[in-house]
Ligand binder design. Structure first.
Ligand code: PLP
Length: 506
């Protein structure tokens, strides 16, 4: 009886029950999804940009338990349309100007399809040599395009790796710096290590420092001011370091930013790296958003002094047409990272790794398993070519300049911080708010007015922007960069902003 039953199951397994990789069904369903997405992109402007659902909406739509019997793809897709799409904020809408954009593209998408389709796990070279080698090659390609010093490239003794996100890249580099230092000075000094950032640095550094075990009271968030356009002054870095040394602490790590999230501020790399060098501090450069712009030479002056840094990262999924997730990290000395993160378990032993002639990317990241992300970048670079990628970036910068021009023509509004790249931080000026209220009011009232204005615009659903507070001032951020955005969308956003401001003032 037992044998007969087993045979029956074996026959059944892939034929009559289901075959999750049946080629014909794969083709059919794959085409359905591509058609579904093509329709989505065609109609994306019809949906409110920011989702308008209430918290918990989906529980009311879906059954309490998972289905026992299989359901056809057509039924599932109907529910995607009916239940899921209303709960999406449409990041690919051309009217999305919030946060920083997250570029989708055909090349990114088909590269992702291949990567997912092959579904290889390239943790070391032998686990899929092409995944590792393509990654090293595209990281050198991209590094050269960005004008990074050769010391950051494999061809110059450094190297690059694809991570999921900037948070991971920061944690990995901080860990590399930490272990390099502790190996020199002894583990017992862990509590003395100090990390430096500015008050504009992305919160991912704070998170990385927490995970890396940095004493929470040893994170120096140095103040920036409007007078330096919210870039960090080298003097304040130096004096913070000197005061820590006086207290018996050990300066470890400094994160500089090119293109801060709040206002696109740029820290002056050269002078800051000079300070860091005097104290032997690891410098990481976070260019998560703005980094992609360095394929255009007119932005290279921001990189002046980068030779003094130890690592550099950018998110290709923000402004480089490479779908989420794809953070590019380069290091001058990958061995510091590898020493901190490598493991050498028996089950992964192989000749190639032992020969020391290959890269085993599991030693360059947190996780063991990893996706074939290089496929996406390779497709993006080849499908569009550097020439079009440059046009893409420059197009957004020009649209942001155009938006600045529109603001300049309306005296009710003002640009709050100088524009770098393709984001404009603006507000209704306090003077106008005061006039509207028939009395003289302070900054706080302006902040409240602008915050209400933004909510009113976003609630209407035709455009979506987000805010920041810089130097105590509430600013509305218009980040131009969605793949589908064109001048008509920027103009429409401006009209929408003016109309809401007008309604609120009258
Ligand atoms: C977006 C952003 C980050 C965070 O990126 P993740 O990939 O989401 O971790 C960090 N720094 C800057 C400057 C950013 O713009």
């Amino acid at each position: 009886m037992g044998t007969a039953r087993v045979n029956h199951d074996l026959n059944d397994h892939l034929n009559t029950t289901m075959n999750p990789l049946d080629p014909d069904e794969f083709r059919r369903q794959g085409h359905l999804i591509v058609d579904f997405l093509a329709d989505y992109y065609q109609n994306v402007e019809k949906y409110p940009v920011r989702s308008q659902v209430e918290p918990g909406y989906l529980r009311k739509c879906l059954p309490k338990i998972a289905p026992y019997e299989p359901e056809p793809i057509e039924t599932i897709l109907q529910d995607v349309q009916k239940d899921i799409i209303p709960g999406l904020t449409h990041w690919q809408s051309p009217n999305f100007f919030a946060h920083f954009q997250c570029n989708a593209s055909i090349a990114g998408f088909v590269g992702e399809m291949l990567s997912t389709g092959f579904n290889v796990v390239g943790f070391n070279w032998i686990s899929s040599p092409a995944a590792t080698e393509l990654e090293s090659i595209v990281m050198d390609w991209l590094g050269k395009l960005l004008n990074l010093p050769t010391s950051f490239l494999f061809s110059g003794g450094g190297g690059g790796v694809l991570q999921g996100t900037t948070c991971e890249a920061m944690l990995c580099t901080l860990t590399a710096a930490r272990d390099q230092m502790l190996n020199k000075i002894g583990r017992e000094n862990m509590g003395k290590l100090v990390v430096y950032e500015s008050d504009q640095t992305h919160f991912s550094l704070q998170k990385a420092a927490k995970i890396a075990g940095i004493n929470p009271s040893n994170i120096r968030s140095l103040m920036t001011t409007k007078s330096t356009a919210f870039g960090l002054s080298p003097d304040s870095l130096r004096s913070a370091i000197q005061s820590d040394i006086k207290s018996g602490l050990i300066p470890l790590f400094f994160c500089a930013t090119i293109g801060t999230t709040s206002s696109n501020a740029v820290d002056p790399l050269g002078p800051l790296c000079d300070v860091a060098k005097d104290y032997n501090i690891w410098v990481h450069i976070d260019a998560a958003y703005a980094g992609s712009a360095f394929i255009c030479s007119e932005f290279h002056y921001f990189l002046h002094g980068i030779d003094g840094a130890n690592s550099f990262s950018l998110n290709a999924h923000k402004w480089f047409l490479t779908t989420l997730d794809c953070c590019c990290l380069w290091l001058k000395d990958p061995s510091a990272l590898i020493k901190a993160l490598s493991t050498d378990p028996e089950i992964l032993k192989n000749e190639a790794s032992d020969s020391n002639q290959v890269v085993d990317y599991k030693d360059w990241q947190i996780a063991l398993s990893r996706r074939f992300r290089a496929m996406k970048i390779w497709f993006v670079l080849r499908s569009y070519g550097v020439s079009n990628l440059r046009k893409f970036i420059r197009g957004h910068v020009k649209m942001a300049k155009h938006f600045e021009g529109l603001i300049a023509m309306d005296k009710r509004f003002e640009v709050v911080v100088p524009r770098n790249f393709a984001m404009v931080c603006f507000r209704v000026s306090p003077l106008m708010v005061a006039n509207a209220n028939q009395k003289l009011l302070g900054e706080e009232d302006a902040n409240e007015f602008n915050s209400k204005l933004l909510e009113s615009i976003n609630a209407a659903g035709r455009v979506y922007m987000t805010h920041a507070v810089v130097g105590g001032v509430y600013v509305i951020r218009l980040a131009v960069g969605a793949t589908l955005t064109d001048y008509c969308h920027v103009n429409k956003a401006w009209k929408e902003i003016q109309e809401h401001a007008h309604t609120m003032q009258s």
